[in-house]
Ligand binder design. Structure first.
Ligand code: NAD
Ligand code: UFG
Length: 341
């Protein structure tokens, strides 16, 4: 059966670009909406080289209702995957109004345009950050909501809005995908994570030390109650995550109203384990020092991914070693990301 067109907001970004590749490979025509606030148009060109099929780019802002209305009038959109938004936890503490404007306001604008166009299929990029400091690991979807930053709160609010919209409009089907720690890059080394400025997250930081852009990694604490004392997270390969979105689209009709689904491996890796795996991938030692704990960090955090397997028939395939090998291929080939000359 012919696949119907999917609108991917934020499709030029890290997770969005990998998802576009998987959507095109699965036969979905794709329309990307992105304002390139945190990405580069070259990412779209690379996606076009990696996957055949129809990929249209609209440069615009998800907060711009006229732009969205035009887009829905011109394209026949069957479903939306909504990645566009801001994601820096620290920045969200300094500029909460900006985060609520873009993440909550942008989603409301999108929902209104969808209601007008009678488009009722929505896949939302939520985050495991909605759980805050979890009371138990692995974390199930019915765990307590306790976001600790305006970023996390904006994701929780959007989940609530979408849940109410799905309740009010029985034809709507919404997947609230709660990602754990997305890492890795496409196996080609042609697309990957391309942070502007110093990375906050472990993988891009380690990668920049490995390639010589930064001097050393600071391990934020080695006195946690974990197997080697360093923090433990559920690192999920971005291609697995991208395929989770294709699975969500394929099973959306079977879901009940708005359904929250964890996307993680269900296996934790520690900072030391990531460091060792990356050293193996790049073939040389990575300089590091141990610093104090980072405020707000938790010791152990990983998903209960059973619901994703049950509802979407999806489970993650790739391990940390594979994520390090793919990240290194991208980072060593393009040390300055999409701006590499
Ligand atoms: P990213 O910054 O690489 O991608 C977001 C994309 O949205 C970028 O291309 C950016 O230019 C675009 N964008 C931002 N504001 C926009 C606007 N107003 N209008 C149109 N486009 C806009 O981030 P990512 O890592 O790919 O994350 C994608 C989504 O997944 C985000 O919603 C993020 O909160 C969520 N998420 C990410 C992680 C993670 O660790 N990367 C974890 C959990 C959830
Ligand atoms: N870490 C270091 N050194 C670094 C960076 C990170 O030791 O330079 C450690 C952290 O302390 C943590 C682990 O590596 O133990 C992972 O840290 P990340 O910053 O990569 O990931 P987090 O789990 O802290 O962040 C994730 C998501 C955010 C989300 C946040 C909420 O990336 O989007 O969880 O807790 F908001």
């Amino acid at each position: 059966m012919a696949r119907k067109t999917v609108l991917v907001t934020g499709g030029a970004g890290y997770i969005g670009s990998h998802t576009c590749v998987e959507l095109l490979n699965a036969g979905f025509p794709v329309v990307v909406l992105d304002n390139f606030r945190n990405s580069h148009p070259e990412a779209i060109e690379r996606v076009r080289k990696l996957a055949a099929g129809s990929l249209k780019l609209v440069t615009g802002d998800v907060c711009d209702s006229a732009c969205l209305e035009r887009l829905f009038a011109e394209e026949s959109i069957a479903a939306v995957i909504h990645f566009a938004g801001l994601k820096a936890v620290g920045e969200s503490v300094a500029k909460p109004e900006l985060y609520y404007r873009v993440n909550v306001g942008g989603t409301l604008t999108l929902i209104e345009a969808m209601l007008k166009a009678q488009c009722s299929r929505f896949v939302f990029s939520s985050s495991a950050t909605v759980y805050g400091d979890p009371q138990e690991v692995p974390v199930p979807e019915n765990a307590r909501f306790a976001p600790e930053s305006p970023y996390g709160a904006s994701k929780a609010m959007v989940e609530r809005v979408l849940t109410d919209v799905a309740k009010a409009n029985p034809s709507w089907r919404v997947a609230l995908l709660r990602y754990f720690n997305p890492v890795g890059a496409h196996v080609s080394g042609e697309i990957g994570e391309d942070p502007l400025g110093p990375p906050d997250n472990l993988f891009p930081y380690v990668a920049q030390v490995a390639v010589g852009k930064r001097e050393y990694l600071t391990i934020h604490g080695n006195d946690y109650p974990t197997r080697d004392g360093t923090g433990e997270r559920d690192y999920i390969h971005v291609v697995d995550l991208a395929r989770g979105h294709v699975a969500a689209l394929d099973h959306l009709d079977e879901l009940h109203a708005a359904t929250a689904i964890n996307l993680g491996r269900g296996i934790g890796g520690t900072v030391m384990e990531v460091l060792r795996a990356f050293e193996k991938a790049c073939g040389h030692p990575i300089k590091h020092v141990v610093g104090p704990r980072r405020p707000g960090d938790v010791a152990r955090y990983f998903a209960d991914p059973a619901q994703a397997e049950k509802l979407l028939g999806w489970r993650a395939e790739f391990d940390i070693e594979r994520a390090c090998a793919d990240t290194w291929r991208w980072q060593s080939r393009y040390p300055d990301g999409f701006r590499t000359r």
